[in-house]
Design a binder for this molecule. Structure first.
Ligand code: NAP
Ligand code: GLV
Length: 309
């Protein structure tokens, strides 16, 4: 069995070592143009030239949860794409979103500013029931985030493509449920995959439907948000601010208005990082399962090409 590794912006050496330890029977190489074609590919944002050189793949393993970059390429026909299924990301995402929600709700950003001026001043407690959190995307990450938020007694709403049921979460689905979901939400969290249906989903006419004093947390992909619409709704006072981890261009360009905006917190696409050990264990386990005759349909995280996620 031959495995080809092609992850851009990644130090390949520890990945190759980890994969070799997990799959001692396999030959594993970092991809080079002209190299041997693989049975399996382990990739993150590979160039089209990579797939143009692969004609024997049985499966493609993405070392992230989102496959939007991959789905823009021409992939070999009928080869399954398998994305990361949690692999240590959901707990990180729950930490990040709970931190952002609580920081905003409890006004810790204001306290930070006041303490930097040596100012001792209380703020009036706000009512939790006025800060319903709406999570778009109830998959592996969104469901974990909802559970974590519910532990803090926030009213939690969720929205997905197909109907879902989650304990303690008021669930909405599809186009039909979107308006009611937005109207009941004060803090909006985006955990959708980026697809043609979800691109630009946070724009003026949707954000306008949130409760006044809304807050936006984007931890999915930058292209889910129309940057100018967020800025104009903050200017108008309808949106109180945002915590943004992902951007249309990454790194966020110097001079982008988000960097210096007093109501926007920026982090560098770090809300849920790919963890090497967990990722290698998950991918190696799936390769071994396939090699022992398991059907792809039994693997978690297989991408539906028609849905794009
Ligand atoms: P997932 O398990 O595939 O869940 C996706 C969820 O989105 C599902 O609930 C799905 O609905 C819903 N959805 C998809 N299209 C929809 C639509 N058109 N309308 C309404 N709901 C829709 O994905 P995941 O593992 O939770 O990851 C979600 C995303 O997080 C990834 O795609 C990636 O972009 C992002 N991410 C970001 C970071 C970071 O560091 N910032 C890290 C990891 C992942 P159904 O339940 O009906 O299928
Ligand atoms: C990170 O953004 C991922 O999709 O895993």
């Amino acid at each position: 069995m031959h495995i080809v590794f092609c992850c851009t912006d990644t130090n390949a050496a520890p990945w190759l070592q980890g994969l070799r330890e997990a799959l001692p029977e396999a030959s594993i190489e970092n991809w080079q143009p002209g190299g041997q074609a693989g049975d399996y590919a382990v990739v993150w944002a590979p160039p089209q030239a990579f797939f143009d050189s692969q004609h024997a793949l049985k499966a493609i393993f993405n070392t992230g949860a989102g496959v939007d970059a991959l789905m823009k390429l021409t992939l070999p026909a009928d080869v399954p794409v398998v994305r990361l299924d949690d692999a240590g990301m959901s707990v990180q995402m729950a930490e990040y979103v709970c931190h952002a929600v609580i920081r905003h709700f409890r006004e810790f950003d204001v306290y930070e500013a006041e303490s930097s001026q040596a100012r001792w001043a209380y703020r009036k407690p706000r009512r939790r029931c006025d800060f319903a959190v709406g999570v778009m995307g109830l998959g592996v990450l969104g469901a974990r985030v909802c559970r974590a938020l519910a532990q803090f007694d926030f009213p939690v709403l969720g929205w997905s493509r197909s109907p879902r049921q989650l304990d303690g979460v008021q669930c909405f689905s599809g186009e039909a449920g979107f308006g009611d979901f937005l109207a009941a939400t004060r803090i909006l969290v985006c955990l959708l995959p980026l697809t043609p249906e979800t691109e630009g989903i946070m724009r003026h006419d949707t954000l306008r439907q949130l409760k006044p004093g809304a807050y936006v947390i984007n931890v999915a992909r930058g292209a889910h948000l129309v940057d100018e619409d967020l800025l104009s709704l903050i200017d108008s006072g309808h949106v109180a601010g945002a915590t943004l981890d992902v951007f249309r261009t990454e790194p966020l360009p110097a001079g982008h208005p988000f960097w210096q905006h007093p109501k926007i917190t920026v982090t560098p696409h770090t809300s849920a990082r790919t963890l090497r050990e967990e990722t290698i264990a998950q991918i190696a386990g799936k390769i071994l399962a396939l090699e022992s005759g398991a059907s792809v349909a039994h693997l978690a995280g297989v991408v539906n090409p028609d849905q794009g996620y």
